[in-house]
Design a protein around this ligand. Structure first.
Ligand code: 9G3
Length: 581
């Protein structure tokens, strides 16, 4: 039983000054979290209870996939990162230190190197595969600007799992199994989530999926469709809706002081989607291309890199020296040797409104095939809301999201660089295929608060609440109210509820405000006046609804609440897993 009188949960009336988003403010105000240093936090008792519940949900789902839990050190020898070649890939974000013998170490931001070195000498036969190991452990990343509380902290709790396979097929199986487990974890944490295709960036794998909790405070941008499709705007396929400005002849028009797409569209009184934007870039070998995309979109440089190895936009100086006119580049009369690459959506546009490669002039009616040749068509744009869904064609919606977990296919990136091989059934030495899978446990806690709060405080989903019921005696010490409150608390505990009792000698208003701020899912209010009529009041935090119950109807009430709780907690799992199981 949690007794508020001696529980350490110092609630605050006001938002702390340096707290920037709802979850950061509320976790501090509810006495669940305290800042130790920039980006470094302490979980107080109530916050820690929630963290442990989230960890246990993750643990149950990981164990259910057949993964085994281990615990690796946070302190990692630099030798392993030198072997993988990543010691120099990371700058100050990798927290490094020297021990008393002046040997190099880092505080682990992730554990690919460590886990690969762990198994490579003893995981030697295909008969031992596939194998998945996981840990729930503290991670360190020296963010340049820690902010948003637990969402971007410098020390955080992550569940990271690593799988070892004899080939791609087995890896794909585990990858899909982990993706399903991550979906269940999001559901059990009552998150409104989307799984999005993401660009794996420098991790090296080619395939990755991010699980995003929708939140305006999220740093990630995503698009999604009612059909179920969703993608990170970094990587998602983009199908713009360009429109045509009808002009059958190629006509050069004078466009004084027109340099941007907005100015061009304005000048011609046409939508930006009827203009064609040009950007120039060079590949690793210095070959110059001019890229053409619908005027109402932005170039996705990650996609440009897929078309041109080592793609870089040209600087203004480079453009000038190559005879390119920044404000009016076009496909007609380009300087020799430049490739023309166009966004695939422009295939359907017979006449382009585009630069004339001459300052102060643009073309209308420029026809691909007649006035110029396109050398390559590609998906070049950053996807945005209203673009067509690649799956069903409907208009995509936009949202911001918090990346709470991610699954990666690593292939043989680490097993090759670190010589981790196994003997296959033909006795041939081969590098493992690997996958890695991370859940931001402390970040999930904050994401839950971002999605479950109101002006009075946190509204904890049942599965992760610090306790299920808070019994609130209004007149502490009153010889009727106090014993009755204790009796009700005991009855709840007997039924398996996790119970708190606010036995502080505080005014009712303070107790009600704290109960809503902390966010207990159920509050049972025991007051002198109510008792005189044999009644207690029950309040559900989720809806704010309050109802009065006759005391002797208590067993029925608790059974009702129990049933309510069971179906209130998504995922249909037992509501008492975790702390009390
Ligand atoms: C570093 C630093 C920061 C990093 C990394 C390495 C992110 C790094 C990617 C991953 C991939 C997966 C296993 C669990 C799930 C995520 N930030 N990543 O590798 F040295 Cl300073 O961590 N790892």
């Amino acid at each position: 039983m949690l007794r508020m009188k001696n529980l350490y949960a110092p609630t605050l009336k006001e938002d702390p000054a340096d707290a920037d988003i709802a979850s950061h403010k509320l976790l501090l105000r509810a006495g669940m979290l305290r800042k130790t240093a920039s980006g470094v936090y302490t979980f107080l008792p109530l916050g820690y209870r929630v963290l442990k519940k989230i960890e246990n949900i993750v643990r149950e789902e990981m164990d259910a996939t057949g993964a085994y839990e281990i615990l690796m050190p946070a302190l990692q020898p630099s030798e392993l990162w030198l072997e993988s070649g990543r010691w120099d890939d990371y700058g100050p974000e990798l927290m490094r230190l020297n021990d008393r013998h002046d040997r190099g170490f880092c505080l682990g931001p992730t554990h690919e190197e460590l886990i690969t070195a762990l198994v490579r000498d003893e995981l030697r036969s295909y008969k031992q595969l596939p194998l998945t190991l996981y840990q729930i452990q503290v991670k360190f990343r020296d963010e340049i600007r820690p902010r948003f509380g637990l969402l971007r902290s410098r020390e955080f709790i992550m569940k990271d799992a690593y799988s070892f396979h004899d080939g791609q097929e087995s890896l794909q199986e585990t990858y899909d199994q982990m993706s399903d487990a991550y979906a269940r974890i999001c559901e059990r944490c009552a998150l409104d989530w989307r799984a999005v295709e993401a660009d794996s960036g420098q991790i090296g794998g080619k395939v990755t999926t991010e699980f995003m909790a929708l939140a305006d405070s999220g740093e990630a941008e995503l698009v999604y469709c009612d059909c179920g499709y969703s993608a990170n705007t970094e990587a998602g396929e983009c199908i713009p809706h360009p429109t045509t400005y009808e002009e059958t002849e190629l006509k050069k028009i004078e466009t004084p002081d027109v340099h941007t797409i907005e100015e061009l569209a304005e000048f011609l009184s046409i939508p930006e989607s009827s203009t064609v934007k040009a950007l120039s870039g060079k590949d690793a070998d210095g070959n110059v291309s001019v890229l053409f995309i619908p005027g109402d979109h932005e170039l996705n440089e990650i996609k440009a890199c897929r078309v041109m190895e080592g793609f870089q936009l040209l600087t203004d100086e480079e453009m000038t020296s190559l005879g390119l006119h920044k404000g009016s580049m076009g496909p007609v009369n380009l300087p020799d040797g430049m490739r023309i690459i166009a966004d695939s959506s422009l295939k359907g546009i017979p006449q382009w409104v585009v630069g004339a490669n001459e300052d102060g002039f643009h073309f209308v009616g420029a026809a691909p095939g007649r006035d110029f040749q396109v050398d390559a068509w590609a998906d070049l744009c950053v996807v945005k809301p209203q673009d067509a869904c690649p799956e069903c064609g409907c208009s995509l919606k936009g949202a911001r999201g918090i990346e709470v977990s991610q699954v990666f296919q690593l292939g043989t990136k680490y097993s090759e660089s670190m010589g981790a091989t196994f003997l296959d059934k033909d006795g041939k030495e081969r590098p493992f295929y690997m996958g890695c899978y991370g859940v931001g446990v402390s970040r999930t806690l904050a994401a839950i608060v971002e999605q479950h709060n109101d002006e009075n405080g946190i509204k904890w989903p049942l599965a992760v609440a610090p306790a299920h019921v808070c019994v609130i005696p209004l007149q502490v010490g009153d010889d009727l109210v106090q014993p009755k409150a204790e009796e009700i608390a005991d009855a709840c505990a007997q039924l398996g509820f996790e119970v708190a009792i606010d036995d502080r000698d505080e005014r009712a208003g303070v107790k009600f405000a704290d109960a809503d701020l902390i966010g207990w899912p159920l509050q049972i209010i025991v007051g002198k006046r109510g008792l005189a009529e044999g009644k207690v009041e029950v309040k559900r935090r989720l809806t704010g609804e309050r109802s009065e119950f006759m005391i002797d109807a208590l067993p029925e009430l608790l059974a009702f609440a129990n049933r309510k709780m069971r179906n209130m907690n998504k995922g249909g799992v037992t509501i008492f897993s975790g702390m009390f199981s």
